[in-house]
Design a binder for this molecule. Structure first.
Ligand code: PA5
Length: 427
C-alpha cells in the first residue's frame, strides 16, 4: 500500500511549513469533508468513487478483448485528447514497456500534421485497431483524426472497415454514439456522471490498456484498496486529506502556489501529465483558486530545475514519489577509478534513492516544504491506488477552495472559438 510521508512539512519550520500539532489539527477540522465526499458518491463528478466496483463492466471488457484475439492486432491506436488520453498514457508508460511483447499501444493525443502522417504511414493498417475516445463525440482533435483514419480504412477495407474501429463515448448522446449506431461499430460507454479527467478507471483508460495486455483488474483492486484506506483513516493519517490540506494551506497561508510532482522513476513520469491536468482543470477556476502544477523526474531534473527550487522563489510545494522496490536493480562492478570509488559495487536503486534523500533533505534545509509518496513497486495495484489517491485529493481541494472541481468552462470556451474560426465565423 502507498504511504504518504509528511515529516518534511514539519521539519522545514513554521514559517514555510507547520508544527505537527497545527497540521494535525487542521486535518482533523477538515475530516468532515472526507465523509461529505463519500456521501456524494452517486452524484455527478463524485461518482469516480464507484468505479473500482464496476465488475460487470470489467467482464464486458475482458470478453471483448478475448473476441479480438482472433484478429491478432499488432497495434492499438487511441484517438483522443485530454481526459480521454492522459490516463491511458500514464498506465501504458508505467506498465507496458516499449520493449514488452504483445500489441503496441499508441495514443495519438495531438493533431500535429507531420507526426500523424508518420505514425499512420508506419503502422500496418491490416493489423491495427483504432479506439476512438470522446465523451462529447464532438471534440475537434479526435474527430478530425477519426475522419482521416476512417477514410484510410474504407479505402483499404471497404467491406469491413468497422472491424478496425471501436468507440468509447457517452451511452446516449453525442456524434460518436450516433455514428456507432448507424454504421454498426462497437461502442463502449463512458458513465455520464464521470468527467474526462476522472475517467481513467472507466472504459476510457481500461479498454485500450486491456487490449494492450495490461492487468486492468489490478488497477481497480489498487483503487479499491486506496478508497477503503481513505474511508477508514483519520486526520493527518488520511493520505488524501493530508495531501489536500497541505497543498491548500501552503497555497493560502504560505504563498506556495506551485505544486511540483517528482517521481524518482521513469515509469511514473507520465502520471505527472495526468495529475497536471487533474489539478489544473479541476481547481483552476478563479483568481483565488488554482495551484500551478509542474512535472519533474528524479534524478534527471536535479540537473535541470532543482537549482530554482532550492534557491529561487520559495513558492513551491514538492510531492516526491519514491519507489521502494524496482523491478530490476543492476549493480555497477568494481571498475570505477578511486576518485569515484564510493560508487563501486552500488546498485542503481540505491544510488537513485540516495539522490532522492539528498534532494529532499537539501530542500528541507532550504525551508522548501515537501512530502513523499512511497510506492511499494510499480505495478497495476500501486497505479490504481495513485489514481484514487489523487482523484480524492483533488475532490477535497474542490471543497477547500470552494470551486466546482468537475467542470471546465475555460476549456469549453476555447473549443467553441476554435470551431467558429474553422467554420469561418471568426478570425
Ligand atoms: O477533463 C476533461 O473533461 C477534458 O480534458 C476532456 O477530457 C477533453 O476535452 C476531451 O473531451 P472529449 O472526451 O469530450 O472529447
Amino acid at each position: 500500500m502507498l504511504h504518504l510521508q509528511i515529516k518534511n512539512l514539519i521539519q522545514v519550520g513554521r514559517r514555510h511549513g507547520f508544527t505537527e500539532r497545527a497540521f494535525g489539527n487542521s486535518c482533523t477540522r477538515k475530516q468532515a469533508l472526507v465523509e461529505k465526499i463519500f456521501k456524494r458518491k452517486t452524484q455527478p463528478g463524485y461518482a469516480f468513487l464507484t468505479l473500482p466496483d464496476a465488475e460487470a463492466n470489467l467482464k464486458k471488457i475482458k470478453q471483448y478483448v478475448k473476441e479480438q484475439e482472433k484478429n491478432k492486432w499488432a497495434n492499438i491506436v487511441v484517438l483522443g485528447i485530454g481526459g480521454s488520453a492522459l490516463g491511458a498514457i500514464a498506465v501504458r508508460d508505467a506498465l507496458k514497456s516499449e520493449f514488452a511483447k504483445g500489441p503496441k499501444l499508441y495514443i495519438l493525443d495531438n493533431i500535429d500534421p507531420a507526426y500523424t502522417t508518420e505514425l499512420l504511414s508506419n503502422i500496418h493498417l491490416a493489423k491495427t485497431l483504432f479506439v476512438v475516445i470522446s465523451k462529447s463525440g464532438t471534440t475537434t482533435e479526435p474527430m478530425i483524426q477519426y475522419g482521416l483514419v476512417k477514410e484510410m480504412l474504407q479505402k483499404k477495407f471497404p467491406a469491413n472497415y468497422q472491424k478496425h474501429l471501436v468507440f468509447v463515448t457517452d451511452p446516449k448522446g453525442g456524434l460518436l454514439r450516433k455514428i456507432a449506431k448507424e454504421e454498426k461499430i462497437t461502442a463502449f460507454d463512458i458513465p455520464p456522471k464521470i468527467g474526462g479527467r476522472f475517467s481513467v478507471l472507466t472504459n476510457v483508460g481500461l479498454l485500450p490498456c486491456a487490449l494492450a495486455g495490461i492487468d486492468i483488474g489490478g488497477l481497480l483492486k489498487g483503487a479499491r484498496e486506496m478508497r477503503e484506506a481513505i474511508k477508514r483513516s483519520k486526520g493527518m493519517h488520511n493520505p488524501a486529506l493530508a495531501l489536500a490540506v497541505a497543498q491548500f494551506m501552503l497555497d493560502k497561508k504560505k504563498k506556495k502556489a506551485v505544486t511540483v510532482l517528482m517521481p524518482y522513476c521513469n515509469y511514473l513520469f507520465r502520471v505527472g501529465d495526468w495529475y497536471r491536468q487533474l489539478l489544473a482543470e479541476s481547481i483552476g477556476k478563479s483568481r483565488r483558486a488554482g495551484p500551478t502544477p509542474i512535472n519533474a523526474l528524479g534524478t534527471t531534473d536535479q540537473h535541470s530545475q532543482l537549482q530554482l527550487w532550492n534557491d529561487g522563489p520559495n513558492n513551491k510545494f514538492i510531492i516526491f514519489m519514491r519507489v521502494l522496490r524496482h523491478a530490476t536493480n543492476p549493480k555497477v562492478g568494481k571498475i570505477l577509478p578511486e576518485e569515484i570509488g564510493f560508487l563501486n559495487g552500488k546498485k542503481f536503486g540505491e544510488v537513485m534513492d540516495a539522490a532522492y534523500l539528498g534532494t529532499s533533505q537539501a530542500l528541507t534545509k532550504h525551508q522548501r516544504p515537501n512530502v513523499t509518496i512511497e510506492v511499494p513497486q510499480v505495478d497495476a495495484r500501486s497505479l490504481g491506488a495513485l489514481f484514487m489517491l489523487f482523484e480524492f485529493q483533488v475532490a477535497l481541494l474542490g471543497l477547500l477552495y470552494k470551486v466546482n472541481a468537475f467542470n471546465q468552462p475555460g476549456v469549453e470556451h476555447s473549443k467553441q472559438i476554435t470551431k467558429k474560426i474553422l467554420k469561418g465565423d471568426e478570425k
